[in-house]
Design a binder for this molecule. Sequence first.
Ligand code: HT7
Ligand code: ZN
Length: 889
Amino acid sequence: HTVIRREDYAPPAYLIDTVDLTFDLDPAKTRVLNRMRVRRNPEAPVQPLRLDGEELNLARVLVNGAGTSFKMDGGQLVLESLPDGADPFELEIFSTCAPAKNTQLMGLYVSQGTFFTQCEAEGFRRITYFLDRPDVMATYTVTLRADKRQYPVLLSNGNLVESGDLEAGRHYAKWVDPHRKPCYLFALVAGNLVHREQKIISRSGTEHTLQIYVRRGDLDKTEHAMNALMASIAWDETRFGLPLDLERFMIVATSDFNMGAMENKGLNIFNTKYVLASPATATDTDFANVESVVAHEYFHNWTGNRVTCRDWFQLSLKEGLTVFRDQEFSMDMAGSPSARAVKRIEDVRVLRTAQFPEDAGPMAHPVRPDQYVEINNFYTVTVYEKGAEVVRMMQTLVGREGFARGLKRYFERHDGQAVTCDDFAQAMADANPDSELARLLAEFKRWYSQAGTPRVHASGQHDAATRTYTLTLSQSCPPTPGQPVKEPFVIPVTMGLLGADGRELPLQLEGEAQHAGTHRTLVLTQPSQRFTFVGIEQPPVPSLLRGFSAPVILEQDDSDANLLTLLAHDSDPFNRWEAAQRLTLRRALAAVRAPGPVQADVLDTACLDALRSVLRHPELDAAFKELVLTLPSETYIAEQLDEVEPQRIHAVREAMRSQLAHALHEDWVWAYEQHKDTGAYRPDPVNAGRRALAGLALYMLCLAARDNGNPVWPGKTYQRFKDAGNMTDRFQALQALVGSGHALAQEALQRFHAQFQHDDLVLDKWFALQAGQPDRGGHVLPLVKQLMQHPDFHLRNPNRARSVISTYCHSNPGAFHRSDAAGYVFWSERVIEIDAFNPQVAARLARALDRWKKLAEPYRSAAREAIARVAAHEPLSNDVREVVTRALA
Ligand code: HT7
Ligand code: ZN
């Protein structure tokens, strides 16, 4: 299968200036008339025009109104005899497609009787023949014609300029988008929808109309998304001076969507999961996700749409930057330093449990990949989350104001263009000529070109005689596919030093005239570097990589005593949390590696006491406490090991949880009583944090009750489940019952289903909770199979398929990795089954066995066999083939 390489980039042979599309919408056969103004690209050699097309029926091709010769080549429409010279010509293409049969959800498809499009990355070619690449930008005029009764709402990008009735009960709407855009930002929606509308006046005094379109019955769940949209608009203007450039900005929700949402110009299309939220049906996490996804898509309006990618290798140009922007937005919205830290910890957890494994596995690729077979496989945590970390490091190196200056320079230079990651980094450096970024730009850009997670080894030496402390930082990066050797990275290490009493020490490096405060960023550029601090009387406690200042693995052999000091005193909340993680991780790893059966006392008294002090702390926020008291995940524990025994890791983590539940029983009772009432529901970080801690406490109390047979807490939990005034409290209670395996769980699950059977998003939670529950004697896999037979289970709906199958295969390692290989057999069957109708969803599921080479026997051989079974299946999509081929390599 064709490998696309970044080095082969060539500018397009032709440019398309305008596109005029007319759609006669019909689920079975939609007619698409595409009239383009095309001209030769003066910057490219003379070549035939090759237009991309997929699953289209071609009816007619006219050039300047006359028929022309053409040929088909591998799906492309090739036009060889086109007018000579630089003058533009009219190219008219008439084709049809079948939206009702489009199960891939790419291109034009029908979901619950409504037409939607998804064009990123290469879906536009499934609508009409086109130069389907992001560096071809045009202005679009779109006319939609459809049955008026079935499809009263007709939407496309830009502004509505005309609408009216046609014969035979049909009507039309004509939309003009004044902004030039690549075709991946094209969108249309046609259906029977209702909308919430909000007028706003921007800082410059212009009026804008904001609309959110949903199915009838969902309108009362759109207030939060609208608030998030307004907050995002205000934030982008205030923080970066970027205004809304549209009269009308629309969001439309669909329940059939491969990803989270799509930033089509002026017409964002969202998975319902990231739009709809009401206190009765959505949890605090759902509310937070809606806010950040609405923000993310809105921020793309500048970072992605106004300046787009030259080619898909540059995907992180828009995605890494936009994730960084949405993370910053959520932090600014959170308010307090502690709430900001909570958001940062959550983001780092995602990076470490999803991106680090990706970077160490067969699909490892640089933030700017060098090659791909199927671009859809590269919408990854590396491109998104690691890409955001790269942007964050730039901000660390140039400062917050310097970063805003760099972004301004980027738009001054590149507004309206399709550019590269290099262009972005150059604008940042040029706007900050005296910065470390500018000085080290070439080396810094290795973050874009080299895959793999760097390891930074830190060791410190105190010299009492000279009152100095020398910190040695050394870096290395393991080989990744196609990159056996790495050059050193530029690694900002933000740090401080604490005295034994926990006080922050002034930091003065040898050769400096005075100290520069108690917190600073060292920049590691060499394989190994020494930093000597002066005026240090006693051996200090180093607090390194504060705020997770670089996406690296920090190897530090510091003592438990040092970690306990950091946990108790560090002024950096991130490192305070990190100290607890390292303390518990250390014990988990010792228990996993120890011979013989897993012991019950994995955690020692010092560790338990330290965790108790955090839980009981009078000043720390509840949200932060909940994070500190949540043990490292099984996936994260597995990543630290060379050989993985999933069952043993599961047993160790369960033993730790049980120990925590019993040893801190009184404290959990206290925590629950103190935090269980949050009054009228508000999804803000303070209230959400209180609910999170109460929920964890309840879970712990149910775990303890399971072991001692005491019915009091399960009974209280069931009562809370029934009486809850919001979904967060209700679902946490249900989780506690299901997670602890209590008999009341069945009753509660039935009740929950009966109450919410008409709400798809809540049902997704119901399915996921069951597929993700801790395994007891192998009961989860039969349950998963049973859930797939449930009348509410629909394999073709991505959210529902993910709620059961992906939850089981990706998020429940203790249940998935079975010694009888049944989990892997199930996985291979589902990958093949889903691949037949939706390769994108199948390819994501296929990634569940990425790390098979680390597994101990018998898992390893069984996993390889399952992957080989998928690889041998015919037919197989490019998407899945690329994943399994790389896994087996
Ligand atoms: N830019 C959007 C990407 C996207 C997508 C990609 C492939 C297939 C379906 C898709 N739906 C959305 C999402 C984003 O990052 O905002
Ligand atoms: Zn995005």
